[in-house]
Ligand binder design. Structure first.
Ligand code: CAA
Length: 248
């Protein structure tokens, strides 16, 4: 994948950071995107990467904002060349039972988890199709597949992620562009640490492999889907959940 350019939204998050590192190790020029309010965290990622001899650049934009995404993607393209790989990894939770959920909790999750895919993909898809090569990987969740108490917003957004994947995959299949979903299970990350401990213990007991996933488990699947060897895989959803859920 030498010479390819990748943009990873949510690049400063636990999974996003590992995706950046894995792609960079595979020879890709990686730009990690992060929300404008989180640029400082993103610089930490950059320093960590440099410490292990990896060069990652950082761009700040609000993935939930169409125009901001367009502005940032135009800047990245000008500086590094057209984007070959887009990993839509920006995601948040605002858990509450529906009876208590506010409009703001619903809208924030939809904006970052679902609208963001349109906002970024819309600005890269034309150039990918024109050049006849592209990879879009959308990060969903096991909770988009099976639902989760307290996550009507999150589960709806993550189920929507794969609907988007399947539709776009069909639109660009003849153009050398593949579009796939990776659906992580419970991954050892700040998002999971925020779940009340008794619930986390229950979840762990239901993961057949007996551990939470690591961010690198997701990064490895994403990197494979980006590779030339994965050119016949499109519109797929790859579960990476330690056996926690084996349905569709
Ligand atoms: N199934 C059935 N009942 C449940 C339940 C479940 N899974 N979880 C809680 N309840 C029950 C409680 O026992 C309690 O019952 P009683 O009222 O009879 O005592 C009731 O629901 C609690 O309801 P409340 O209105 O009081 O809820 P709350 O405001 O206290 O908290 C919550 C609800 C915030 C959703 C909390 O349960 C929670 O944080 N759950 C974890 C949600 C979760 O797993 N999120 C995943 C985050 S990680 C992620 O999303 C990454 C990924 O992709 C995997």
């Amino acid at each position: 994948m030498e010479g390819k350019v990748a943009l990873v939204t949510g690049g400063s998050g636990a999974i996003g950071q590992q995706v950046c590192l894995y792609l960079n190790r595979a020879g890709v020029k990686v730009v990690g995107a992060t929300s404008r309010f989180d640029l400082e965290t993103a610089q930490v990622l950059r320093k960590q990467a440099i410490a292990v001899g990896i060069e990652i650049d950082v761009v700040a934009f609000d993935a939930a904002d169409f125009d901001d995404a367009g502005r940032a993607i135009a800047e990245v393209t000008k500086q590094y060349g057209a984007i070959d790989i887009l990993v839509n990894c920006a995601g948040i939770t605002r858990d509450a039972p529906l009876r208590k959920m506010t409009d703001s909790q619903w809208q924030q999750v939809m904006g970052v988890n679902l609208n963001s895919m349109f906002n970024s993909s819309r600005h890269v898809i034309e150039a990918m199709a024109e050049r006849g090569w592209g990879r879009i990987i959308n990060i969903s969740s096991v909770n988009g597949q099976r639902g989760q108490f307290g996550q009507t917003n999150y589960s709806a957004s993550k189920a929507g992620v794969h609907g988007f994947t399947m539709a776009l995959a069909q639109e660009v299949a003849r153009k050398g562009v593949t579009v796939n979903t990776v659906a992580p299970g419970y991954i050892d990350s700040p998002m999971i640490q925020a779940v009340p401990e008794n619930i986390r213990t229950d979840i762990l007991g239901n993961i057949p492999v007996g551990r939470f996933g690591q961010p690198r488990d997701i990064a490895a699947a994403v990197t494979f889907l980006c590779s030339p060897q994965a050119s016949f895989i499109t519109g797929a959803q790859i579960p990476v959940n330690g056996g926690y859920y084996m349905g569709h």
